[in-house]
Design a binder for this molecule. Sequence first.
Ligand code: SF4
Length: 191
Amino acid sequence: MPHSISSSNVARAIAALPEGVVLKQSSVHDDTHRVSGGLVEKLDILYQAADEAYSSAQPFTVCKKGCTFCCTYIPISLFPAEVAYIQVKTGVASTPSEEVDFGSSCPFLSGEVCLIYAFRPYVCRRHLNFSDTSEHCQTSSPPTLTSIHFDEIWRTYLSLVANGEKSMDIRQAFSKRVEARDIAEKVKPCQ
Ligand code: SF4
């Protein structure tokens, strides 16, 4: 049975974006280049803009707190710069591996909690399910979901982190399960 993917929910979400969010996403490239500091500071700004944009769209999705489907069944791609960002922000060292076992959860997932929520990769911020039902979230073979691309955020993201680098799955970059005690004390899990 085909899944019902609703592009109308995407359209409604875009139409409802507050003006401030639209303006901020359109200036994110300049904002990241204006800040003094290195890539970590630039990613701070980019991630904040992404969070504001995607949290505005969230009411038009079936995504709910406590759902960990995306943290388990779909690719969680990130670039080396984001691996470095996680290491700097959380104190967790990368443990690279070639293997990735889709169906084993992200090493930073503890029960229903992301241990590094504020510092999670870009992909985790933009995965939203705009379907009419949570049917996708009950299968281990999810279809490609309709998504929203905030063009300027996406372009800025790629210009900051891609640079000809190859992406990997978070389960390859951090191949060992991480415990709360492994993470710098100041890092708060999602509440
Ligand atoms: S980093 Fe956090 S949000 Fe992203 S997949 Fe892992 S547990 Fe989920």
